[in-house]
Design a binder for this molecule. Structure first.
Ligand SMILES: C[S@@+](CC[C@H](N)C(=O)[O-])C[C@H]1O[C@@H](n2cnc3c(N)ncnc32)[C@H](O)[C@@H]1O
Length: 201
């Protein structure tokens, strides 16, 4: 399994990344109210910057990621009492059909096959389960300058149709944040982040 984040894991938790995940979680919690009995799954959980903010609001969080190095950083943050599970692998490797909430921040653009992924999410979720995705709107490829990347962000109209085809109702897909980044020297580019909320029908 490719681990394109192995060389970045140890330095992942910067104030900038932490802030970015806090903005996502704040927006997510404006849109949903987690319930203490829920089992949640995070796709591309990385070092847990998002999921650890949710962990005490639900029964269990399953942290899924293809990067062993990112998950190793997460494991160092866990205590004996942490109600978490870790899945090192693709989301298809989680096969139980018991998920009430799925969330993902800045990871879906790394996942090659979106249709297959959404179809899998439909099989592992309970009826009425909520999916919350935070990611980039379509960009020109400059966000990841040197990395191989399956998706240069997403057109949320197309992504919403993919969700509908997989058996979800899309509640909203709206911009919630702008990332201003200097990817080319002297040029500041604004990258829009959207939040998409869908419900399993
Ligand atoms: C930009 S990082 C975001 C990490 C975390 N969500 C955060 O906001 O800090 C993307 C994460 O997606 C993971 N990833 C890449 N390809 C993946 C895949 N096919 N399935 C699941 N996770 C993947 C990477 O290993 C990395 O941890």
């Amino acid at each position: 399994m490719n681990d394109n984040f192995a060389h970045r894991a140890a330095e992942w938790d910067t104030p900038q990344k932490t802030k970015m995940t806090e903005i996502f979680v704040t927006e997510m919690l404006r849109k949903i109210n987690p319930i203490s009995s829920w089992k949640a799954l995070e796709i591309g959980a990385g070092t847990g910057l998002v999921g650890l903010q949710i962990a005490n609001m639900v029964d269990t969080v399953v942290f899924e990621d293809t990067s062993a190095a990112m998950l190793d950083v997460l494991k160092q943050k866990l205590t004996e009492n942490s109600r978490v599970k870790i899945v090192h692998g693709e989301v298809y490797d989680y096969k139980e059909k018991d998920i009430d909430l799925i969330f993902s921040c800045m990871a879906l653009h790394h996942v090659p096959d979106i249709d297959r992924t959404l179809q899998h999410l439909a099989t592992i979720t309970n009826k009425g389960a909520i999916v919350v995705i935070g990611d980039l709107r379509t960009e020109n490829g400059s966000f990841h300058r040197f990395e191989p990347i399956p998706h240069r962000g997403f057109d949320t109209d197309i992504l919403s149709e993919q969700f509908k085809s997989a058996g979800f109702e899309v509640i909203t897909a709206e911009t919630y944040n702008i990332l201003s980044r200097e990817r080319t020297e002297g040029v500041i580019t604004d990258y829009e982040q959207f939040i998409l909320v869908a419900i399993k029908i």
